[in-house]
Design a protein around this ligand. Structure first.
Ligand code: DC
Length: 227
């Protein structure tokens, strides 16, 4: 498969900092951004809105292929995510939707249904692709592949602070348990499991500040001569 535009694939477990790092890279390079987790979350929300059974894989594939979604940037540069005409930017970020997305993501028909939609994001001048299988399945020819990780405890601590900020009270140990459960499911599924691509540079963000992570990736981008 040949990418139409250069791609930087950023894979790793939830809470490793992929979203922040990917957004900073996209801003610095002026490249497009694919938040592939958002697609799985949007599908999970649509399945719940339509009260669909997750056992009907043919219907799930059709829904994944035709899901009516828009990513719109407002005047201040904020991103609005629209599902079937409704703004769901916040609604897709709950723990419940994340868990449902992880369950749907283990179904081959769902991954197949979303595959070409994800590849379509690879447009000039380039794409930062954030997910679990960006470097292994969706963009195997990506120019730079990164596997960004952090300890489960640190990822739970970050999520805890985020939820506290939003005024949502949660128990830290419950978050650690839920993160470990989601990791286990994402890493052990039969299709496109969460594993580093062979050529990936592995970065542990447990005690590395986000700016330093971005600089490490930019150094690799420069070394490859892509930007
Ligand atoms: O990155 P996230 O937490 O928004 O992703 C939600 C779920 O979607 C995650 O638990 C696994 C799944 N996912 C996936 O299987 N493959 C991707 N490329 C992105 C997300």
């Amino acid at each position: 498969m040949i990418n139409l535009a250069p791609v930087i694939a950023i894979d790793g477990p939830s809470g490793a900092g992929k979203g922040t790092v990917s957004q900073l890279l996209a801003d610095k390079l002026g490249w497009h951004l694919l938040d592939s987790g958002a697609l799985y979350r949007l599908l999970a929300l649509a399945v719940s809105h339509h009260d669909m059974s997750i056992d009907d894989h043919d219907m799930l594939r059709i829904l994944a292929e035709h899901l009516d979604i828009q990513f719109l940037q407002d005047a201040e540069g904020r991103l609005d995510i629209i599902l079937e005409g409704e703004v769901v930017t916040q609604a897709i970020r709950t723990e419940e939707v994340g868990n449902q997305a992880s369950i749907l993501a283990a179904i081959p028909a769902v991954r197949e249904g979303l595959l070409l939609r994800q590849r379509a994001f690879a447009q000039e001048p380039g794409l930062i692709a954030d997910g679990r299988d960006m470097g292994t399945v969706v963009f195997p020819d990506a120019t730079v592949k990164v596997f960004l990780t952090a300890s489960a405890e640190e990822r739970a601590r970050r999520r805890f602070l985020q939820l506290q900020d939003k005024g949502e009270g949660v128990n830290l140990q419950d978050l650690v348990d839920s993160i470990k459960e989601r990791d286990e499911r994402d890493a052990n599924r039969a299709i496109a499991p969460l594993v580093p691509a062979i050529e990936a540079i592995v970065i542990d963000s447990t005690s590395t500040p986000v700016d330093q992570v971005v600089d490490m990736i930019l150094a690799e981008v420069t070394r490859k001569g892509v930007a």
